[in-house]
Design a protein around this ligand. Sequence first.
Ligand code: SF4
Length: 116
Amino acid sequence: MAAGSLERLTEILVLLSWGLSGYPAVRVEPGGETMAILPMGWTAMAACRGSEGALFFAPDVSERKEERLERELAAKRICTSCPVREECLTNAIDHRESHGIWGGLNEVERRSLLRR
Ligand code: SF4
């Protein structure tokens, strides 16, 4: 698939995802690559829907350690009361999500869980 077509397809998926789920539909990987998060049923009940979604992923590679810890703590607080925390964590582990807070765990904590 040509790069332009792939970009257009990604745009369409992002718009569909946003419209159907209301869940944060886009995340930017540390390398600057934009990823679409496809709609899934459980995301309709996610406590992180809306403006808080930005807390769950590092804004860029220059985020300082203290900033990351503070951001992750704020995100994890939201996860604590989320009714779909188990589904979220299971999804992240099943898809080997390599970035962000999912189900109250960051990527390092999820990898540690997988090694048990
Ligand atoms: S567990 Fe956390 S990251 Fe997952 S849907 Fe709930 S609030 Fe969002």
